[in-house]
Design a protein around this ligand. Structure first.
Ligand code: A2P
Length: 321
């Protein structure tokens, strides 16, 4: 993989700091805000935007959009061991939530499931604890983590396509805000957010408001279990590459283009296939390097071919889980 990745130069990334607070020396975070960030209370999902004050720790000013931080849930596992660190993406721009570097934000979806065999209720430990927290509650925070899923060191030299499914939107909330708040910003930005239903879209009003006030920012949604507001059929995020082909070609056909995807594992294959159908071979090669023999037909490609046979270049940033 490394050989192919080095073939296509990517943007220089900023230096980041990591592990300022390891699990044995966590920072203290205090909840200062927590609100539901789904488009409608009718959503079957419970997702909260949670803001923590980390003043007094080593974190203020030293954590970038695209990085994550850890939380240490209180209590122990069924085996009596302390809970392990859980990582959550930063949802604010570098510089802190609302420009206050003491504040870091994240996006947390309650994990509520039924065990496939026993049909017993399963509740995610960390996500439900985080979503239960009230303003004023204290938690233990670790990190920062991550040094690859970042905006480039020279952000204005690029145009951006961001694909998110579900809470994969968190880093893009930060990145979009960061890019749009730059003086004289000129990057073109397209954000595609995928959700089952319109009620589940995250930060929907916020992105619509940003689109209304920034002509270089386009916000698209992709609903997978109902028709789109314009009547077109259910779709995944990658289908937007086809429905808005000119918009995406305008960004991705130049040297400035970068692609980011964050969310459900599996989305990266659809995006790569969509890019293949959108772009001529020499432009596609900026984003993805194909092993010999794969060039002619993307329908037979599988996820397991990524990254060995279908190798994203350094112009494509993937964070899937
Ligand atoms: P679906 O679940 O209808 O198959 P959430 O995390 O809020 O459930 O949203 C995840 C979104 O990503 C859903 O709309 C889900 O669709 C969609 N999704 C699932 N698999 C893929 C995939 N392989 N590529 C793109 N989107 C996907």
């Amino acid at each position: 993989m490394s050989d192919r990745r080095t073939a296509e130069p990517g943007p220089a990334l900023p230096q980041v700091e990591m592990h300022l607070h390891p699990p044995d020396r966590p920072a203290r975070g205090v909840v200062v805000e927590t609100y539901s960030c789904t488009a409608s209370p009718k959503s079957a999902a419970f997702v909260r935007h949670i803001v923590l004050d980390v003043s007094g720790s080593d974190l203020p000013g030293r954590i970038r959009a695209g990085q994550s931080f850890g939380v240490l849930p209180p209590g122990t596992t069924e085996q009596g061991r302390p809970h392990k660190v859980r990582l959550y993406s930063i949802a604010n721009a570098t510089g802190g939530e609302g420009g206050d570097e003491n504040l870091i934000a994240t996006t947390v979806k309650r994990t509520i499931d039924e065990h496939w065999e026993t049909h017993r209720l399963f509740l995610g430990v960390a996500s439900n604890w985080l979503c239960d927290l009230q303003v004023g509650d204290e938690i233990r925070v670790t990190g920062p983590n991550g040094k690859r899923f970042l905006l480039p060191a020279r952000p204005d030299d690029h145009d951006y396509v961001f694909f998110a499914t579900g809470t994969g939107i968190a880093p893009f909330r930060g990145m979009v805000r960061e890019l749009l708040s730059r003086p004289d910003h000129r990057s073109k930005i397209v954000l595609v957010m995928g959700s089952p239903f319109g009620t589940d879209l995250l930060y929907h009003k916020e992105f619509r408001a940003l689109q209304d006030t920034h002509p270089n920012f386009t916000y698209l949604s992709a609903l997978s279990r109902e028709s789109q507001p314009d009547g077109s059929p259910p779709m995944y995020v990658q289908s937007r590459l086809g429905s808005h082909a000119e918009l995406f070609r305008g960004i991705l056909s130049t040297e400035r283009g970068l692609v980011y995807a964050c969310g459900l594992a599996g989305m990266e294959l659809g995006i790569v296939q969509g890019l293949y159908r959108l772009l001529p071979a020499e432009e596609f090669a900026r984003y993805v390097t194909l092993a010999p023999g794969l060039e002619s037909d993307p329908t037979g490609w599988t996820r397991r071919m990524i990254p060995r046979e279908i190798a994203p270049t350094r112009r494509m940033f993937l964070e899937v889980y």
